[in-house]
Design a protein around this ligand. Structure first.
Ligand code: CMC
Length: 382
């Protein structure tokens, strides 16, 4: 093997085509099926964007109504899923709960399908499976937070859209429009981002002709890490450590001396700022006003200004979304599961794209272990 060909972390490697989204760090833009994400966030509901990512076009009212009707049976927390979550310790990480819940849904849905050869499913079955997970995840995430507070699950409300119903099932109260709107925008911004680590994981699993649920379970595992989706949770831990805007300078001196990574900053692809941040920052600003928490905005700005001026490394989407979810009332540990509920749309769009033009993903490695040697006493059987 030519070791010059090694691309550690696959940095800069183009693996395949995708028609789902386009990330352009030069123009700092992100397109879903051709549409700029900020335009979608300003005008569409998350369920409309899900339709777009799966089908390639925005839905007509009839198409949207059909999608909503098909998802409806999956909105309540299924008893088997609730039982599986309840079997886990109350202090398990919510990402482990969500991963387990998706695994349970897959095992039940695929039961009776026969051998591994049959599990991969048809195009129609995989569309239905994608919609199933999309519709079921809010109840799973909401219940995870509620049970930690000793509360029961809340039944979904059919008169509410995706974002409002998600908040309803989490908090048991009908949220104000401004909160629904900010939350809806965050879901749209998180929905898809080309060949990121979790999406690539899902595509690798799919490439073996495994099933969609297995691919999503693997993707959830990849998303949990703090270098990826876990960063939105990690941002809040940092905010809690710092406490107040006036502590930022001292805290940053220490953190950088200890060579810590500052969570919510930096990106493998964007080096001059994340295209999604301005839209999410505007949503955070509205929440800051609504909840009257100028202290949050002050800490946010102080850390951003100080870190950017020292390092020239810009915030990513997790930086504004973490404090936004905190203001809305989500537990810090619930933030990354929210990312799952949104990104499941992108994952499943990519899984279906991978299935449609599959090639087994199986790269090479350059061996750097011991030279060939032999087990003592072994006699070749000639
Ligand atoms: N804090 C401190 N230093 C940083 C950071 C950061 N957040 N990000 C990059 N750097 C430094 C890094 O130490 C390295 O410095 P040097 O060349 O002196 O060793 C240089 O910048 C290049 O960084 P890298 O880690 O080699 O770059 P990468 O492309 O592998 O990293 C990243 C991308 C996201 C893993 C990294 O920026 C990071 O760890 N950020 C913090 C975690 C985070 O916010 N993740 C969310 C990513 S975006 C949304 C998502 O997927 O959820």
């Amino acid at each position: 093997t030519d070791t010059n060909e090694i691309k550690k972390g696959l940095a800069g490697v183009t693996v395949d085509y995708t028609a789902v989204s386009k990330v352009n760090p030069e123009t700092n833009s992100l397109l879903y099926r051709g549409y700029p994400v900020q335009e979608l966030a300003a005008t569409q509901s998350f369920e409309e964007v899900a339709y777009l990512l799966w089908n390639g076009e925005l839905p007509t009212p009839e198409q949207l109504a059909a999608q909503t009707a098909d998802g409806k049976p999956h909105r309540p927390l299924a008893p088997e899923v609730k039982a599986a979550i309840d079997a886990l310790p109350l202090d398990s990480h919510p990402m482990d709960e969500v991963r387990t819940a998706v695994s349970v849904i897959g095992a039940i849905d695929l039961a009776g399908d026969g051998s591994v050869l049959d599990a991969v499913g048809t195009v129609e079955e995989n569309r239905a499976r994608s919609l199933h997970l999309f519709a079921a995840l809010p109840a799973i995430v909401a219940y995870g937070q509620r049970r930690r507070h000793g509360l029961d699950a809340v039944e979904p409300r059919e008169d509410l859209g995706y974002a409002a119903n998600f908040l309803w099932m989490t908090f048991g109260e009908e949220p104000d429009e401004i909160v629904v709107d900010a939350f809806n925008r965050s879901m749209i911004l998180y929905a898809e981002h080309s060949f990121n680590a979790s999406t690539f994981t899902a595509r690798v699993i799919t490439s073996t002709l495994s099933d969609l649920y297995s691919a999503v379970v693997g993707a959830i595992g990849a998303l949990k890490g703090p270098l990826h989706g876990g960063a939105n949770e990690a941002v809040l831990h940092i905010f809690e450590e710092i406490g107040d805007a006036e502590n930022v300078e001292d805290w940053l001196d220490r953190a950088l001396a200890e060579k810590r990574k500052i969570m919510g900053f930096g990106h493998r692809v964007y080096k001059r700022g994340d295209s999604r941040v301005p839209t999410m920052k505007a949503a955070l600003d509205e929440l800051v006003q609504y909840y009257d928490r100028p202290d949050v905005a002050a800490l946010y700005d102080a850390l951003e200004n100080d870190f950017v001026s020292r390092k020239g490394i810009y915030p990513n989407l997790d930086y504004p979304s973490g404090p936004a979810y905190n203001l809305i009332g989500f537990d810090t540990l619930t933030f990354t599961p929210l990312f799952v509920a949104a990104r499941v749309v992108g994952w499943t769009a990519h899984i279906m794209e991978q299935m449609a033009s599959n090639a087994l993903i199986r790269p090479l490695s350059a061996y750097n272990g011991p030279d060939e040697r032999h087990v003592e006493g072994y006699v070749a059987n000639t």
